[in-house]
Design a protein around this ligand. Structure first.
Ligand SMILES: Nc1ncnc2c1ncn2[C@@H]1O[C@H](COP(=O)(O)OP(=O)(O)OP(=O)(O)O)[C@@H](O)[C@H]1O
Ligand SMILES: [Mg+2]
Length: 223
Protein backbone atom coordinates (compact mmCIF):
# COMPACT_ATOMS: atom_id res chain seq x y z
CA UNK A 1 0.00 0.00 0.00
CA UNK A 2 1.24 3.50 -0.80
CA UNK A 3 1.27 5.81 2.18
CA UNK A 4 2.34 8.73 -0.02
CA UNK A 5 0.96 8.87 -3.58
CA UNK A 6 1.78 11.93 -5.67
CA UNK A 7 0.32 12.47 -9.12
CA UNK A 8 1.00 15.21 -11.69
CA UNK A 9 2.50 17.57 -9.13
CA UNK A 10 3.39 21.05 -10.34
CA UNK A 11 4.92 23.64 -8.02
CA UNK A 12 6.19 27.04 -9.11
CA UNK A 13 7.21 30.12 -7.14
CA UNK A 14 6.39 33.66 -8.20
CA UNK A 15 9.46 35.25 -9.75
CA UNK A 16 10.71 37.82 -7.20
CA UNK A 17 11.03 40.35 -10.05
CA UNK A 18 7.23 40.16 -10.26
CA UNK A 19 7.18 38.84 -13.81
CA UNK A 20 5.80 35.33 -14.21
CA UNK A 21 6.74 32.29 -12.17
CA UNK A 22 9.68 29.94 -11.78
CA UNK A 23 8.88 26.22 -12.16
CA UNK A 24 10.45 24.11 -9.42
CA UNK A 25 8.64 20.76 -9.41
CA UNK A 26 6.91 18.85 -12.21
CA UNK A 27 6.60 15.25 -11.00
CA UNK A 28 4.36 12.84 -12.85
CA UNK A 29 4.27 10.17 -10.19
CA UNK A 30 5.93 9.41 -6.86
CA UNK A 31 4.82 6.71 -4.43
CA UNK A 32 6.21 5.77 -1.04
CA UNK A 33 5.22 2.37 0.24
CA UNK A 34 4.14 1.71 3.83
CA UNK A 35 7.07 1.12 6.17
CA UNK A 36 9.74 1.68 3.49
CA UNK A 37 12.70 4.01 3.95
CA UNK A 38 13.52 6.11 0.88
CA UNK A 39 16.41 8.49 0.28
CA UNK A 40 15.95 11.33 -2.20
CA UNK A 41 19.04 12.90 -3.74
CA UNK A 42 19.22 16.21 -5.52
CA UNK A 43 21.67 19.05 -5.94
CA UNK A 44 21.25 22.30 -4.01
CA UNK A 45 18.31 24.26 -5.39
CA UNK A 46 16.77 21.26 -7.15
CA UNK A 47 13.59 21.47 -5.05
CA UNK A 48 14.09 18.87 -2.28
CA UNK A 49 12.84 21.11 0.53
CA UNK A 50 9.99 22.35 -1.69
CA UNK A 51 8.89 18.75 -2.27
CA UNK A 52 8.93 17.96 1.47
CA UNK A 53 6.98 21.16 2.16
CA UNK A 54 4.37 20.04 -0.40
CA UNK A 55 4.13 16.50 1.03
CA UNK A 56 3.68 17.87 4.54
CA UNK A 57 1.02 20.36 3.40
CA UNK A 58 3.01 23.40 4.52
CA UNK A 59 2.65 24.77 0.99
CA UNK A 60 0.18 23.93 -1.78
CA UNK A 61 1.21 22.97 -5.31
CA UNK A 62 -0.18 24.72 -8.39
CA UNK A 63 -1.81 21.44 -9.43
CA UNK A 64 -1.73 17.70 -8.87
CA UNK A 65 -2.71 15.44 -6.01
CA UNK A 66 -0.80 14.44 -2.87
CA UNK A 67 -2.59 11.53 -1.26
CA UNK A 68 -1.37 10.59 2.21
CA UNK A 69 -3.04 7.59 3.87
CA UNK A 70 -6.12 7.98 1.59
CA UNK A 71 -6.49 11.75 2.06
CA UNK A 72 -5.65 14.11 -0.80
CA UNK A 73 -4.22 16.89 1.34
CA UNK A 74 -4.38 19.41 -1.53
CA UNK A 75 -8.18 19.44 -1.05
CA UNK A 76 -7.93 20.40 2.64
CA UNK A 77 -8.03 23.88 4.17
CA UNK A 78 -4.83 25.23 5.72
CA UNK A 79 -6.14 24.50 9.23
CA UNK A 80 -7.08 20.95 8.25
CA UNK A 81 -3.66 20.42 6.64
CA UNK A 82 -1.95 21.67 9.83
CA UNK A 83 -3.97 19.22 11.89
CA UNK A 84 -3.34 16.37 9.45
CA UNK A 85 0.39 17.10 9.64
CA UNK A 86 0.36 17.17 13.44
CA UNK A 87 -1.38 13.81 13.59
CA UNK A 88 0.39 11.90 10.84
CA UNK A 89 3.73 13.47 9.89
CA UNK A 90 6.96 13.89 11.80
CA UNK A 91 9.08 16.56 10.12
CA UNK A 92 12.79 16.94 10.79
CA UNK A 93 13.71 20.38 9.46
CA UNK A 94 16.88 21.32 7.58
CA UNK A 95 17.21 24.32 9.92
CA UNK A 96 15.88 22.62 13.11
CA UNK A 97 13.07 25.18 13.81
CA UNK A 98 13.34 24.76 17.58
CA UNK A 99 11.88 27.58 19.67
CA UNK A 100 14.74 29.37 21.43
CA UNK A 101 12.84 30.43 24.54
CA UNK A 102 11.74 26.88 25.38
CA UNK A 103 13.54 23.88 26.83
CA UNK A 104 14.07 20.60 24.98
CA UNK A 105 11.14 19.11 26.90
CA UNK A 106 8.89 22.07 26.10
CA UNK A 107 9.86 21.94 22.42
CA UNK A 108 8.81 18.29 22.23
CA UNK A 109 5.56 19.08 24.06
CA UNK A 110 4.88 21.90 21.60
CA UNK A 111 5.03 19.24 18.90
CA UNK A 112 2.10 17.54 20.64
CA UNK A 113 0.02 20.65 20.97
CA UNK A 114 -1.71 20.66 17.57
CA UNK A 115 -2.51 16.96 17.43
CA UNK A 116 -5.62 15.24 18.72
CA UNK A 117 -3.78 13.36 21.46
CA UNK A 118 -3.35 14.81 24.96
CA UNK A 119 -0.19 16.68 26.00
CA UNK A 120 1.92 14.09 27.75
CA UNK A 121 5.00 15.31 29.63
CA UNK A 122 6.23 11.86 30.57
CA UNK A 123 6.01 10.66 26.95
CA UNK A 124 7.96 13.77 25.84
CA UNK A 125 10.63 12.97 28.45
CA UNK A 126 10.74 9.33 27.29
CA UNK A 127 11.28 10.42 23.69
CA UNK A 128 14.17 12.66 24.73
CA UNK A 129 15.62 9.78 26.69
CA UNK A 130 15.29 7.57 23.60
CA UNK A 131 17.35 10.03 21.53
CA UNK A 132 20.04 10.18 24.24
CA UNK A 133 19.11 13.46 25.95
CA UNK A 134 17.98 12.18 29.34
CA UNK A 135 20.24 14.71 31.08
CA UNK A 136 19.33 17.66 28.87
CA UNK A 137 15.53 17.90 29.27
CA UNK A 138 15.62 21.42 30.68
CA UNK A 139 18.29 22.88 28.39
CA UNK A 140 17.22 25.48 25.86
CA UNK A 141 18.46 25.12 22.25
CA UNK A 142 21.26 27.66 22.86
CA UNK A 143 22.46 25.42 25.71
CA UNK A 144 22.73 22.37 23.45
CA UNK A 145 25.28 21.30 20.85
CA UNK A 146 24.15 21.24 17.22
CA UNK A 147 23.99 17.42 17.27
CA UNK A 148 21.91 17.55 20.46
CA UNK A 149 19.56 20.11 18.88
CA UNK A 150 19.05 17.72 15.97
CA UNK A 151 18.21 14.96 18.47
CA UNK A 152 15.55 17.23 20.02
CA UNK A 153 14.11 17.68 16.52
CA UNK A 154 13.98 13.91 16.10
CA UNK A 155 12.18 13.53 19.45
CA UNK A 156 9.74 16.30 18.47
CA UNK A 157 9.08 14.60 15.11
CA UNK A 158 8.08 11.44 17.02
CA UNK A 159 5.84 13.31 19.46
CA UNK A 160 2.55 12.12 17.97
CA UNK A 161 3.73 8.69 16.81
CA UNK A 162 3.35 9.61 13.11
CA UNK A 163 3.07 7.07 10.28
CA UNK A 164 5.24 9.24 8.02
CA UNK A 165 8.62 10.83 8.79
CA UNK A 166 10.13 13.45 6.48
CA UNK A 167 13.75 14.41 7.13
CA UNK A 168 15.34 17.33 5.29
CA UNK A 169 19.14 16.93 5.22
CA UNK A 170 19.13 15.98 8.91
CA UNK A 171 22.88 15.47 9.02
CA UNK A 172 23.87 18.46 6.87
CA UNK A 173 25.40 20.49 9.70
CA UNK A 174 26.98 17.65 11.67
CA UNK A 175 30.51 16.28 11.81
CA UNK A 176 30.99 12.79 10.26
CA UNK A 177 30.81 10.86 13.56
CA UNK A 178 27.71 12.70 14.83
CA UNK A 179 26.20 12.49 11.36
CA UNK A 180 26.54 8.69 11.36
CA UNK A 181 25.02 8.47 14.87
CA UNK A 182 22.08 10.72 14.00
CA UNK A 183 21.39 8.83 10.77
CA UNK A 184 21.43 5.53 12.67
CA UNK A 185 19.03 7.01 15.24
CA UNK A 186 16.61 8.22 12.55
CA UNK A 187 16.59 4.81 10.88
CA UNK A 188 15.99 3.15 14.24
CA UNK A 189 13.12 5.41 15.36
CA UNK A 190 11.57 5.24 11.87
CA UNK A 191 11.56 1.44 11.90
CA UNK A 192 8.14 0.33 10.62
CA UNK A 193 7.27 3.88 9.55
CA UNK A 194 7.40 5.41 6.08
CA UNK A 195 10.51 7.57 5.91
CA UNK A 196 11.70 9.93 3.21
CA UNK A 197 15.07 11.51 3.86
CA UNK A 198 16.57 14.02 1.47
CA UNK A 199 20.27 14.59 1.16
CA UNK A 200 23.01 15.40 -1.30
CA UNK A 201 25.65 13.46 0.67
CA UNK A 202 26.60 10.17 -0.95
CA UNK A 203 27.68 8.55 2.33
CA UNK A 204 24.16 9.17 3.67
CA UNK A 205 22.26 8.19 0.51
CA UNK A 206 24.22 4.99 0.01
CA UNK A 207 22.83 3.56 3.25
CA UNK A 208 19.30 3.38 1.86
CA UNK A 209 17.87 0.49 -0.09
CA UNK A 210 15.48 2.72 -2.03
CA UNK A 211 17.16 5.76 -3.58
CA UNK A 212 15.40 8.26 -5.82
CA UNK A 213 16.89 11.11 -7.77
CA UNK A 214 14.89 14.33 -7.90
CA UNK A 215 16.49 15.40 -11.16
CA UNK A 216 15.23 12.19 -12.79
CA UNK A 217 11.74 12.49 -11.30
CA UNK A 218 11.43 16.16 -12.09
CA UNK A 219 10.50 17.34 -15.55
CA UNK A 220 10.70 20.98 -14.35
CA UNK A 221 14.50 20.64 -14.27
CA UNK A 222 14.53 20.27 -18.05
CA UNK A 223 12.84 23.64 -18.51
N1 LIG B 1 9.69 31.18 -1.43
C1 LIG B 1 10.35 31.10 -2.58
N2 LIG B 1 10.15 32.03 -3.57
C2 LIG B 1 10.81 31.94 -4.75
N3 LIG B 1 11.68 30.96 -5.07
C3 LIG B 1 11.92 30.01 -4.13
C4 LIG B 1 11.27 30.03 -2.84
N4 LIG B 1 11.70 28.98 -2.12
C5 LIG B 1 12.57 28.32 -2.92
N5 LIG B 1 12.70 28.92 -4.12
C6 LIG B 1 13.53 28.47 -5.26
O1 LIG B 1 13.13 27.13 -5.55
C7 LIG B 1 14.26 26.31 -5.86
C8 LIG B 1 14.24 25.06 -4.98
O2 LIG B 1 14.49 25.44 -3.63
P1 LIG B 1 14.59 24.35 -2.47
O3 LIG B 1 14.78 25.06 -1.20
O4 LIG B 1 13.42 23.43 -2.57
O5 LIG B 1 15.93 23.58 -2.92
P2 LIG B 1 16.73 22.40 -2.19
O6 LIG B 1 16.88 21.28 -3.18
O7 LIG B 1 16.10 22.06 -0.90
O8 LIG B 1 18.17 23.06 -1.97
P3 LIG B 1 19.26 22.86 -0.75
O9 LIG B 1 19.94 21.54 -1.02
O10 LIG B 1 20.19 24.01 -0.96
O11 LIG B 1 18.51 22.90 0.54
C9 LIG B 1 15.48 27.18 -5.72
O12 LIG B 1 15.91 27.55 -6.99
C10 LIG B 1 15.01 28.39 -4.92
O13 LIG B 1 15.67 29.54 -5.34
MG1 LIG C 1 16.72 22.25 1.09
Amino acid sequence: MSVVDIKSLIKAYPDPSGAGSVPVLDIESLKLEAGKHTALRGTSGSGKTTLLHCISGMILPESGSITLLDTDITTLSEAARDRFRANHIGYIFQSFNLLDGFTALENVKLGMQFADKKLDTSRAAELLEKVGLKDRLHNKPSQLSVGQQQRVCIARALANDPEIILADEPTGSLDPKTSAEVLELIKEVADGKTLMLVSHEEQVLSQFEVQLDLETLNRAMAL
